[in-house]
Write a protein that binds this ligand. Structure first.
Ligand code: SF4
Length: 372
C-alpha cells in the first residue's frame, strides 16, 4: 500500500514526527505535490483549509486529513475527506493505515468519517514516539498547555495537560544537530505542570545539550511570567541564543482578562525589563482586533508596542477567530486608521514585523509565529 504526504509549508512541523511514527509500522509517507494513489495524508490549519477542500474532494485516492482544523471541525472535514484524524496523529495515523491495509472498514478510535466517529482512546507519551527520523525536524520537548487562551487552538489539539520528552531522549536527538531548536508551548515550563516553573528541570536539560542552543525562541517561545533573572542566567550559562520570544498579546489588562491569558500587563513589563537587565533581546507578540477591544484598549496596546520596541522587537498580528476556540465565530474589530498608520511607520523603521493587515499570512508559513 502506497502512502503519500501532501507537502504544505505550514504543516512541515507535523511531517517529521508523523513520518517517523508511520515508518516504524512500515508506512513511508512519500512527499507529493498533488493527491496520489493509494492514500494521501494532509495536515491543515483553519486558514489554509479552504485552499485544499476542492483538491481533497476530487482526489482519485483515499484521503486522510488531520491537523488543527480537522481536530476543531471533524464533521465539516469529513464531508469531503475519507478519514479525519482528530488530535495527535503519532498513534492514530499508523493505526488507521494498518486498519486500511488489512481491509478494515469499521470504526477506529480518534477517527471520524461520514458514517462513523470514534473518540480518542489514548494520550501520546512523547518518549514513545521519535520527534523525527530520516526526515529531520525540530525536537518537540513538551506538548499540551494548561492555559486556555480564548483565541488558541493548541489545547483543542493537544489537551491541557503538559507532557515532556525525557532529557535522555532529547539529548540523543539533539546530538544530530549543530544548531538545536525545540518545539514547546512554553520552553521555560519544561519538566513542570505548565503553571509553575521547575527551573531545576530546565537546568538539567540545558546542561546536557551539545551545540548551539535556541531555547525560548522560535519555535519554543515562552510566557512572560516565566521569565526571571534566574531563568535567563540559566540560558546564558550555556551556548544559547540571547533572544527570548514571548507573547504579551495586549497592552490592556481588560483585554488580557477577556482572552484568559492568565497574566497581566505588569508581567509583560517585568519580563521586558528582565531581558534588558540580563542582556537578552525580547521579541514580543501582540494581537490587535479582538472583537471586544475598545479604542482605549487599542491605544494601550499601541503604547505598549512602542515601549517594547525601545528595548527589543515586537511582532504584531491581526486577530483571527479560529474554529474550536472560545472566540471562534466572532468578528475581528477593524483597526483605526491612525493605528494602521502608526504600525506602518514602526514597520518602516524596522521596529515591528507581523501581519496586522493580512492576519492569515502567518498561517501559510512553516510555523505560526505567535508566542505562547
Ligand atoms: S496561546 Fe500559548 S499559553 Fe495560550 S493556550 Fe495557546 S499555547 Fe497555551
Amino acid at each position: 500500500m502506497r502512502v503519500n504526504w501532501r507537502v504544505i509549508n505550514a504543516a512541515a512541523s507535523s511531517y517529521a514526527p508523523l513520518f517517523a511514527s508511520c515508518a516504524e509500522h512500515g508506512f513511508y509517507l512519500r512527499p507529493v505535490d498533488a493527491p496520489a494513489a493509494d492514500i494521501t495524508c494532509y495536515s491543515l490549519n483553519s486558514v489554509n483549509e479552504p485552499a485544499y477542500r476542492e483538491e481533497i474532494a476530487g482526489a482519485g485516492c483515499t484521503t486522510i486529513v488531520g491537523g488543527p482544523h480537522a481536530s476543531a471541525c471533524p464533521d465539516q472535514v469529513a464531508a469531503y475527506a475519507d478519514y479525519v484524524v482528530v488530535g495527535e496523529g503519532e498513534f492514530t495515523l499508523p493505526r488507521l493505515l494498518s486498519h486500511l491495509e488489512t481491509g478494515g472498514t469499521g470504526p477506529v478510535p480518534g477517527v471520524v468519517t461520514r458514517e462513523w466517529a470514534r473518540p480518542i482512546d489514548h494520550t501520546v507519551i512523547l518518549d514513545a514516539f521519535p520527534p523525527f527520523s530520516v526526515m529531520k525536524g525540530y525536537i518537540e520537548i513538551s506538548r499540551g498547555c494548561p492555559f486556555g487562551c480564548a483565541y488558541c487552538q493548541t489545547p483543542c489539539l493537544f489537551g491541557s495537560t503538559m507532557r515532556h520528552r525525557s532529557i535522555d531522549t532529547i539529548v540523543r536527538y539533539a546530538s544530530r544537530y549543530r544548531d538545536i531548536r525545540f518545539v514547546s508551548p512554553n520552553a521555560l515550563a519544561y519538566g513542570s505542570d505548565g503553571r509553575s516553573p521547575r527551573l531545576e528541570k530546565v537546568a538539567a536539560l540545558l546542561s546536557r545539550l551539545p551545540g548551539n542552543i535556541y531555547f525560548g525562541t522560535f519555535p519554543s517561545e515562552v510566557r512572560p511570567e516565566f521569565i526571571s533573572g534566574e531563568a535567563l542566567e540559566l540560558i546564558a550559562s550555556v551556548r544559547a541564543s540571547r533572544r527570548i520570544a514571548f507573547g504579551a498579546q495586549s497592552g490592556s489588562d481588560r483585554v488580557l482578562s477577556r482572552i484568559r491569558r492568565g497574566h497581566s500587563v505588569a508581567n509583560v513589563i517585568a519580563a521586558v525589563e528582565c531581558c534588558r537587565d540580563h542582556d537578552f533581546l525580547p521579541i514580543v507578540d501582540f494581537i490587535l482586533g479582538f472583537p471586544f477591544e475598545t479604542g482605549e484598549d487599542e491605544q494601550e496596546t499601541l503604547e505598549m508596542i512602542r515601549w517594547v520596541t525601545r528595548h527589543g522587537k515586537a511582532r504584531v498580528h491581526g486577530f483571527i477567530p479560529l474554529p474550536g476556540t472560545p472566540l471562534g465565530g466572532t468578528v475581528p474589530r477593524p483597526l483605526s486608521r491612525s493605528t494602521l498608520q502608526t504600525l506602518g511607520n514602526l514597520a518602516l523603521h524596522g521596529r515591528i514585523t507581523g501581519s496586522w493587515d493580512d492576519p492569515a499570512v502567518r498561517f501559510f508559513k512553516a510555523h505560526s509565529d505567535i508566542s505562547p
